[in-house]
Design a protein around this ligand. Sequence first.
Ligand code: SF4
Length: 378
Amino acid sequence: MSSIYLHIPFCKQACHYCDFHFSTSLKHKDAMVQAICKELEMRKEELPNKVENIYFGGGTPSLLNSKDLDSIFNTIYKNFSISEEPEITLEVNPDDIRKRVLEDFKSVGINRISLGVQSFFEEDLRLMNRAHNAKEAKESIELIKTHFDNFSIDLIYGMPAMSNSRWEENISIALNYDIPHLSCYALTVEPKTALERFIEKEVIPPIDDELAASHFDILYHILTSKGFEHYEFSNFGKHGFYSKNNLAYWTGKPYLGIGPSAHSYNGNEKRQWNIKNNVKYIKSISSNSLPNTSEILTKSDQYNEFVMTRLRLKNGINLEELKTRFGQNYFDYFILHIQPHLDEERLEIYKNHAYVTPNAKFLSDGIASDLFNIDFQG
Ligand code: SF4
């Protein structure tokens, strides 16, 4: 299984918390689409097997029109072997959604929509500087439902001044729309963002980790009681609606990242990433040079990634797989370091898999970092 990720680096305005790569000027959009097509051609040999997932992320891919998408799809289908029923996701923002736009997305082959709602409350949307309002968020869900069965919405929790009851209300509004998949993220303060500056200047109160943990708890209990499966730390899906793209990513399958700032992984030991600058990216591609940097992961890096990504998954860490892939030394190291977490019931072992217990889910990444190998390079 392989995936193609396409980074569309344009947004209407900058959300205060965001550190993804994007430009708010669409001046270079046509040249960018051409460069993305050319990069796809230049890297057509890099994926080892059939493409099962295509994911348009960003930035804001819903700023692409059907002509842009046609060019990209024609290039993909001409240069790659695509499985018969690929999952093809496009991230959209509510302010871009119209009936005609959704029809266009469907006609070019998009079969899954990921909608960036973030909150159904104006106060939160203003704090985050989102380009849409709550009414647009609700109307766009109604419209998406009439065109796509497979769709997801993103919500953000742990925002300053977001009470538990407002968070519960956000979840309950989402559930009223009978949404099959939700991705929910804790608000984090990334360096050099407007959010960081506002917190430093005390315009906005700092992020409260305990509040985020309590929001996660509420989320986990409500959604799992309503038939959602918590298949990955940030992702909840009804049966049959897991994101295949997310799962491929979290289980270490190869993916090709196209566009400025996009990361790629060969499923083994090599990662690479493109330059984070639209003009330099376009210039480099037009002169037939790939603007990327790469690194070779050591065995210890691969083990750490394996532990971190698998612990976020519902199925946890398969101990047999860990031993086969990394050998006895790494296995022994893992078993030694999980003991305190087993004693404190943050982890459990069941049918030869190590899982994070429901009460410790919010701590998954912290537990994983306790298990990272820093002592030896086996
Ligand atoms: S729309 Fe998405 S990518 Fe663009 S600034 Fe907002 S969060 Fe970042």
